[in-house]
Design a protein around this ligand. Sequence first.
Ligand code: SF4
Length: 185
Amino acid sequence: MELENTRIKIAGIEAESFVDGPGIRFAIFTQGCAHNCPGCQNPQTHDFEGGHYMSLTTILEMIEENPLLDGVTLSGGDPMYQAEALVPLAREVKERGLNLVIYTGFTYEHLMELVPEKPEFLELLSFADLMVDGPFVMALRCLNLKFRGSKNQRLIDVQASLTQGRAVLHQIQLDEMQEHPELFE
Ligand code: SF4
């Protein structure tokens, strides 16, 4: 898909976020999610018929307006449902020297299993630096974790994971485990 003429369905945008990954981030909340995690904080993002369309060129122009950004976050909803349309944006984000964080309700392992029928998953992940994976699980809810809401969710180093063929935890989570082992008991 080309950047021009491609639109995605979004629930909203946070042009300067400090909670959706490390540093200052442009966060895009895509519309549509089928995971139905009990206790989800954003149920209004579930309906695939909801939200509104926005062109990738408009989104990229908004990103370019802020020279202080460290990166872009794709959250939701679940951005993997629009993976194919997001690929051209992810490519442009990386070409501008920004890092890319993806939030998904799928686990890394499940996404990899789906790649044969959904090659766009791998294509999108090839541009990602950090992934927060897995559904929100109310019973494992924890307010003190960095960038995620429940203990099953991991901070995954996507590039290392793709190279090694397995989910590799990101240094941010490794540091967190060392500094706060009580959070992982
Ligand atoms: S994956 Fe995220 S948006 Fe989707 S139901 Fe779970 S917590 Fe909500």
